[in-house]
Design a protein around this ligand. Structure first.
Ligand code: AMP
Length: 249
């Protein structure tokens, strides 16, 4: 069973992003970039499926600028066997990514695609769902446990007040939640090994996909600064302020 894992290069989660002065976007010049954390979990899960003998091959895919090759090398250091970069400088929106992934699924014929539940830069939470729709495959989002057996995959998801387990017929789409696993530490020998693995580069034109943006960002703004807190002398003063100033009780 082949497993395809899309991985996105995003601003590292430790970076405090700043909005550009013209409010057109977030400034990513000279900022540390890393693999989207949910995609690391997806690669880890696919690698574990391979180690268990369930998956035969894990293919990492990234769509974006040429530097996304670094992200794909990290995916291969975690355990992907090979990688494909769909290279473009165009700003890719979820529908464009889903169309590119559909073209790669048609080519590679995986039985499972494991994506992150969301990319932490745009927080879209759309690509997996759109890919499932384009392929007309079953999907289970926000997976916290994955078990493959007998041509089916059982996916446990956290829902309000408990867990829900779905059974999907393969081929299927899964998106990962934070609690699915803890990705392994990438070791130097594995980074060295990853350099020798195959990384294919294609373009959206090669795949016959139009990636022109369909949405326009009107404005990006910082959240309003929080005003300083005050120390109240006693509980009565606190209740008074909650009642008469904040008007929350
Ligand atoms: P989003 O819908 O943008 O929140 O992204 C959800 C998931 O789709 C991510 O966690 C990735 O697995 C995948 N994805 C989104 N954008 C890309 C991209 N440019 N390249 C590869 N995978 C992507």
């Amino acid at each position: 069973m082949k497993v395809l894992v899309p991985v996105k290069r995003v601003v590292d989660y430790n970076v405090k992003v700043r909005v550009k002065s013209d409010q057109s976007a977030v400034d990513i010049a000279n900022v540390k970039m890393s693999m989207n954390p949910f995609d690391e979990i997806a690669i880890e899960e696919a690698t574990r499926l391979k180690e268990k003998g369930v998956a035969t091959e894990v293919i990492a895919v990234s769509c974006g600028v040429t530097q996304s090759q670094e992200t794909l090398r990290t995916a291969m250091a975690i355990g992907a066997d090979r990688a494909t970069l769909v290279q473009t400088d165009v700003e890719l929106q979820p529908l464009a990514v889903a169309k590119l992934l559909k073209a790669l699924v048609d080519k590679e014929q995986p039985e499972l695609v494991i994506l992150g539940k969301q990319a932490i830069d745009d927080d879209a939470n759309q690509t997996g769902q759109m890919l499932a729709a384009l392929l007309d495959w079953p999907q289970a989002t926000f997976a916290s446990k994955v078990e493959v057996a007998d041509g089916k995959v059982a996916v446990t998801r956290e829902v309000d007040g408990g867990f829900e387990t779905l059974s999907l017929k393969l081929p299927a789409i899964i998106t990962t939640d934070l609690r699915l696993n803890e990705p392994r530490y990438v070791t130097l020998p594995n980074i060295m090994k990853a350099k020798k693995k195959t990384l294919e580069v294609v373009t959206p034109e090669d795949l016959g996909v139009d990636v022109a943006p369909r949405l326009k960002t009107l404005k990006v703004a910082e959240p309003p600064a929080r005003s300083a807190g005050i120390i109240v002398p006693d509980v009565a003063a606190l209740v008074d302020k909650l009642k008469n100033e904040a008007k929350v009780v």
